[in-house]
Design a protein. Structure first.
Length: 330
């Protein structure tokens, strides 16, 4: 969506904001999307998806974070049209791009889609399943709910190089992050709010080794990383460690909450991209306001930014298709 299309009057924005914060919000339109798109054509759609997520996360609560990331990684490459789910015989698909190798839970998407095809064949798109799964995974982690706009259709193209070039990196500085988000129609507030998703899940040592051992090429550590935290991380991550997992929000990585912002404010964000949020006055101000749960607007803001992100490059109407199976085109 272009910046022009995203511009709306303050009054209209306020009205939209009020109902997007509620999971019982009335339908709205955005490029053909609306809350409750399947109410008549497949009234049990959202319940079916929710059941698939809850059943899976009862057995493995750690699936919540990668399921949330899956939607983010889909939307930033070609838009929210399910291309991250496609598989090619030559392995040149988005799934095999390095940033996506840590994604898990594709079988949950498959299970939800199979149940939907049984209930209402050819109606619910894989891209909408992804959007619903992201919301339900956050709720299962004690996070906020929001009205998910649906009505997307699925793309037919996946390209490993597009994933490499479009996905923000944990090594990015604030200038790069702001530029990449702006290119998708997202502003600085969306950047800092969506970064709050790092309150759940794990990172891995290779993503922070440079911060610990050779930040400027002189065998030093990142001066923007709290020294005690850096020392603790060095005990877990040796320079050649490629496998050890690290909680992005230590002690609270299975719960969706505001504690991520407290960590960032203490210079204990795991990635360079987390630390970068202190390098812009606007993002830093948000971090400092949200670091305590009392009076925090993070939960409300997260739902709004997720809806906004969910509008990136959508296919609606007669564009694209509704895949029968999410891993392949029809």
């Amino acid at each position: 969506m272009t910046a022009l299309k995203m511009t709306i009057s303050g009054f209209v924005f306020l009205q939209i904001l009020l109902f997007l914060l509620s999971s019982f919000a009335p339908p709205t339109n955005a490029q053909g999307l609306k809350v409750g798109f399947y109410d008549k054509k497949c009234p049990k759609a959202e319940l079916i998806v929710k059941k698939s997520v809850l059943d899976a996360m009862k057995n493995d609560p750690t699936l919540g974070a990668p399921l949330l990331r899956m939607f983010f990684h889909d939307c930033f490459v070609r838009g929210c049209e399910g291309s991250v789910l496609l598989e090619l015989k030559n392995k040149k698909d988005e799934k095999n791009a390095i940033p996506n190798l840590s994604l898990r839970g594709f079988e949950i998407i498959d299970n939800a889609k199979a149940a939907l095809e049984k209930e209402c064949p050819g109606v619910v798109s894989c891209s909408d399943v992804l959007a619903l799964v992201a919301r339900d995974a956050v709720v299962a982690l004690n996070g906020p709910s929001w009205g998910v706009e649906t009505g997307r259709r699925d793309g037919r193209v996946t390209n490993i190089n597009e994933a490499r070039s479009n996905l923000p990196s944990p090594f990015d500085n604030i200038t790069s992050l702001v530029t990449q988000f702006k290119a998708k129609g997202l502003d600085k507030k969306d950047l800092v709010v969506l970064s709050g998703g790092h309150t759940v899940g794990n990172g891995h040592c290779p993503l922070i080794t440079n911060r610990l051992y050779n930040f400027t090429g002189k065998g030093d550590s990142d001066p923007n990383l709290d020294t005690e935290y850096a020392a603790a991380l060095r005990k877990k991550c040796k320079p050649t460690d490629t496998t050890t997992a690290l909680e992005m929000d230590p002690g609270s990585f299975k719960t969706f909450d505001e504690s991520y912002f407290k960590l960032v404010s203490q210079r204990r964000g795991l990635f360079q991209s987390d630390a970068a949020l202190l390098d812009s006055q606007e993002t830093k101000s948000y971090v400092l306001k949200q670091k305590n749960s009392y009076g925090s607007s993070f939960f409300k803001d997260f739902g709004v930014s997720m809806v906004k992100m969910g509008r990136i490059g959508v296919l609606t109407g007669q564009l694209g298709e509704v895949r029968k199976k999410c891993r392949m085109v029809n």
